[in-house]
Ligand binder design. Structure first.
Ligand code: AHR
Length: 612
């Protein structure tokens, strides 16, 4: 195959093309990316119980609904000595399938109520052999009738050998005058990204940051929708001190603490230089009915307008003042707002156009600068399925397909009317070609995603943004597969083959797409060429969706050296938890001026980047 890249002309490529989609699914938020490590710290959600809290020593522990903490009235844990117990007793928490304990300092905070004056010990303990990984003593003077907050650091001098670790809090039975203490809203953080208080888990966030995404679409996905109207994601209940946030029963079968709330999302965007794509609830619940367009929907439209005023209003507005009171004087920079998510679900498709219009009219009138996105009205449908979208509105297309169908969709956007821009808000190869579920991204799946991405990058004047979904799972707490990367408390993060493809593509962005003259048609090799910096650097992205190696001669006039990044493996190979077997390999390619010979292995994705 010979490819001759035209160096002149070219179509503009959207700066947002490769981004990140995030919702709390498979415990990607609570338990993984959000840095707070204790599970069920505030009895959030429905059907709460004392689980997974356990007694330590001769203690009795129970959920105390009468003694609550925070404006959200979280139940607390009553810890009492069993008749005549003495010695040290208390509670333990196993985190989310363990606690990953690494060398460094862990910050822990908790509230206590009950007459007690004496030391309390907080520790990180290995559950297999009871070895203490780190410990701190806190002098406590706690009173009955009101909670006192404590905050300390647990130093860990050596990383734990596995993730089966507990947080424990113990005190001296003999010193507790009435034998009972109430523990309220305990918190535990390891290192957080950019050292933010209540921030993101540093190790996981570094892996997100290394994706080099340009936008963050949040907080859903289905997790915005709620199993009932009252369980929808409510922006104003995710703000302020964490103990004041009620949390909610998320859509993926577990409670969300909302410790990762709206401000934390904005800080995430700031810290990783991501443009927010803010998804707002549009009246659809999953399983709990729907709010019809018209008067009934108006209070919820207003809820969105209040959220937007909080984010975008100046300090003369009540929303802007509220934001300033939380430490952010200046409005946030938000380019995109999406109305709803997959509103074809639950028979919502029929009313969505009217619901969308109601939100659009309100948002556009007040914030004409915002690019508004309409969600998909049909699953895996073509773009533009909602008729009569106002000019400038983007439509969000979601594609979850087997590899062959992704490849079949290579040219899906070639004929997209240029007046109807698109965001591919979610995509990923979820099933194998034989119809079986893909557990972890496979090589063939990742190549097919690359072919699809090459297809939309060729059309990135009209496809403005795209993101693989879901981004992250806690291995063992999975609601969906496959995911871009995963985490467990023994191995930390494991990046999939699809992760590396996304990273390769996002790290080699052009701002112009160039025409390529080829001596053969597309398939099994697919390609797209782009340039950045006024032609300083050229990128040629290629994918080989086939079982034979392919030789490609790339002509890039004037360039003498290039860097080639290739990822390849057996068709059905995957990176399994703790085993990153397949990774990109980088090499330097020298050539005659302007001519580069590249070998694409079977089932491979490659990027040739030429800067000189
Ligand atoms: O990414 C997983 C789910 O897929 C999202 O929550 C939803 O939008 C889609 O159906």
């Amino acid at each position: 195959l010979e490819l001759k890249v035209s160096q002149s002309g070219g179509n503009a490529s959207s700066p947002y093309l490769y981004g990140i989609m995030f919702e709390d699914i498979s415990h990607s938020g609570d338990g993984t990316l959000y840095g707070q490590l204790l599970q069920n710290n505030g009895f959030q959600g429905v059907n709460v119980s004392i689980d997974p809290w356990k007694a330590v020593g001769q203690a009795q522990v129970r959920q105390d609904n009468a003694t609550t903490i925070g404006k959200a009235n979280h139940p607390t844990i009553a810890i009492s000595a069993q008749g005549g117990a003495n010695g040290s007793f208390g509670v333990s928490n196993p985190g989310y399938k363990g606690i990953r304990v690494l060398e460094g300092d862990y910050n822990t905070q908790f509230w206590l109520q009950g007459a007690y004056s004496g030391p309390v010990t907080v520790s990180l303990v290995n559950a297999n052999d009871q070895s203490v990984l780190g410990s701190a003593k806190v002098d406590v003077k706690s009173e009955s009738g009101s909670f006192t907050q404590y905050n300390t650091s647990i130093p860990v001098s050596k990383s734990a050998s596995d993730g089966n670790n507990l947080w424990t809090l113990t005190f001296d039975a003999a010193t507790a005058s009435d034998g009972t203490l109430n523990l309220g809203f305990p918190l535990l953080y390891g290192e957080t990204f950019k050292q933010r208080p209540n921030g993101l888990n540093a190790e996981v966030a570094e892996t997100v940051n290394a994706l080099n995404g340009s936008f963050l679409r949040f907080p859903g996905g289905n997790n915005i929708e709620g199993s009932s109207i009252d369980n929808r994601w409510k922006w104003n209940e995710t703000l302020g001190p964490v103990q004041d946030r009620p949390g909610r029963q998320g859509n993926w079968g577990y409670p969300n603490t909302d410790g990762l709330g709206l401000i934390e999302y904005m800080e995430w965007c700031i810290d990783m230089d991501l443009a927010p794509v803010l998804d707002v609830w549009a009246g659809l619940t999953i399983g709990g009915g729907m709010v019809e367009p018209g008067a009934a929907l108006e209070p919820y439209v207003q809820e969105t307008m209040d959220e937007l005023e909080f984010l975008l209003g100046d300090s003369s507005t009540p929303g802007g003042q509220y934001r300033a009171s939380l430490g952010y004087q200046s409005p946030f920079d938000i380019p995109f707002v999406e109305v709803g998510n997959e509103d074809f679900l639950n028979n919502g498709g029929d009313s969505y156009p009217a619901r969308f219009k109601q939100y659009y009219d309100a948002i556009h009138a007040k914030y004409p600068q915002l690019q508004i996105i309409a969600t998909t009205a049909k699953q895996n449908g073509p773009a533009g399925v909602i008729d009569d979208l106002p000019e400038g509105v983007l439509q969000d297309v979601h594609q979850y397909l087997p590899p062959d169908q992704f490849v079949g969709n290579f040219s899906a956007f070639d004929h997209q009317p240029r007046s109807q821009p698109v965001i591919v808000g979610e995509y990923g190869s979820t099933t194998n070609n034989d119809g079986s579920t893909t557990d972890y991204p496979t090589m063939i799946g990742a190549v097919s995603e690359a072919v699809y991405a090459i297809g939309f990058e060729r059309n990135s004047d009209v496809v403005r943004a795209a993101a693989f979904a879901p981004m992250l799972e806690h291995f063992g707490l999975r609601d969906w597969s496959p995911n871009l990367f995963g985490y467990d408390t023994t191995n930390g993060v494991t990046r999939s083959i699809s992760y590396f493809v996304q990273q390769m593509f996002a790290s080699n962005r052009g701002d112009k797409i160039h025409a390529v003259e080829a001596d053969a048609g597309f398939g099994p090799v697919y390609w797209v060429a782009s340039s950045a910096g006024g032609g300083q650097t050229f990128f040629v992205k290629m994918a080989n969706y086939g079982a034979s190696e392919q030789s490609v001669k790339v002509q890039l006039e004037g360039k003498t050296a290039a860097q080639l990044t290739v990822i390849s493996a057996e068709e059905m190979e995957s990176n399994l938890p703790g085993q990153e077997k397949v990774k990109p390999v980088v090499s330097e390619v020298q050539g005659e001026v302007g001519k580069f010979e590249v070998t694409l292995p079977a089932w491979s994705v490659a990027v040739l980047a030429a800067a000189k």
